[in-house]
Design a protein around this ligand. Structure first.
Ligand code: ADP
Ligand code: MG
Length: 316
């Protein structure tokens, strides 16, 4: 059987991994990071992501620095999504035989620039050889229990917000496919939102980062929270790079915002009464959490459709 026949990446994980019950485990599989009881006033967060040359990045478009930066940021973004702060990271790499040391210097400069900016110093890892450059990073973080923002914490009536404009990363990728370099920085060297995440966390209910596209992230929140939702198409903010790439390539940038990925902005839900606490951070309200029986909707021009789209490594 093919993984796509099974229903994709998440159905595969469900099938492979047994659920664990432990008093120490607050959140296992299914959120941006696992949450482990640590002390009375801090939970431990653990997240890991793997990136492969030729799939998640390539050495033609990216500088070694950018590969390192993006690999680290993709992991740090998952700590941001839980409302936490990164503490330490572990970097495991498989290096092809012909790779130059100077390339690896650049790779680590990029990773260290990201940890210098956001936190999460590299304190361990593993080095081996392989056919293609593979980078696996694990990040440990901490979060105060009252600031923890899980995907499953949304409540009916919450507003759905994003921390910034979307679609720029996928728009950049489409340009790179056409050998255009201008307007691709958001794809090659993305930021994560650790600059504001811990300030949002005390007020927010559910939170997730945009790694697979807005539609997919909203569906994750709904599935984990047992709710429905409505996203208003015209309120979804587009990144300027998405708009200009859309014009240049004659494609619809909303498709990239809803179904692309790697924007590393945050999507969160918040009770309407608390919106004033976070408005100063440039957040944009795009929808609302509804009861489950109302489904997960995209409202466009007064018409409701099912909110579809999102990146899955194993879909066809
Ligand atoms: P994110 O996009 O936020 O990094 P993922 O979609 O990669 O999250 O993963 C979703 C959840 O599934 C996470 O809790 C992650 O730890 C878990 N997971 C992913 N792959 C595996 C695997 N091979 N074995 C066990 N758990 C996994
Ligand atoms: Mg995530």
């Amino acid at each position: 059987m093919k993984i796509s026949d099974l229903g994709g990446e998440f159905s595969l994980i469900d099938r492979l991994v047994k659920k664990v019950e432990s008093d120490l485990l607050i959140e296992g599989i299914g959120d941006d990071a696992a949450v482990i009881r640590w002390t009375d006033d801090q939970h431990l967060l653990v997240t890991t992501d793997m990136l492969l040359d030729g799939d998640h990045f390539n050495t033609e478009w990216y500088t070694p620095y950018q590969i390192g930066w993006k690999s680290m940021v993709a992991n740090l973004s998952d700590i941001a999504a839980m409302g936490g702060e990164p503490m330490f990271s572990f970097v495991s790499i498989a290096i092809p035989d012909d790779m130059e040391v100077e390339f690896l210097d650049g790779l680590y400069e990029g990773m260290q620039a990201a940890t210098d900016r956001y936190g999460g110093a590299i304190v361990g890892g593993d080095t081996t050889h392989g056919k293609v450059l593979s980078i696996n990073i694990a990040v440990l973080g901490i979060v105060a229990p009252e600031h923890l923002c899980r995907r499953g914490d949304a409540e009916v009536g919450d507003l759905i917000c994003v921390t910034g404009p979307l679609g720029g990363s996928w728009g950049g990728l489409e340009l790179l496919f056409k050998d255009i370099r201008e307007g691709t920085t958001k794809h090659l060297e993305p930021d994560c939102r650790l600059d504001i995440s811990s300030k949002l966390a005390p007020h927010v209910n559910a939170m997730i980062d945009v790694s697979d596209g807005l539609a997919s992230e909203v569906r994750h929140i709904c599935h984990m929270s047992g709710t429905g939702a409505v996203v208003h198409h015209e309120k979804v903010p587009l990144h300027p790079d998405a708009i200009s790439a859309g014009k240049r390539l004659n494609k619809d940038p909303y498709r990239w915002a809803l179904g692309g990925g790697e924007d590393f902005e945050l999507v969160f839900t918040i009770p309407p009464g608390l919106l004033s606490k976070v408005e100063g951070f440039g957040v944009i309200v795009i929808g609302e959490i509804l009861p489950k029986n109302e489904g997960i909707q995209l409202m466009k021009d007064g018409e409701s459709t099912v909110l579809s789209g999102g990146y899955d490594h194993f879909s066809e």
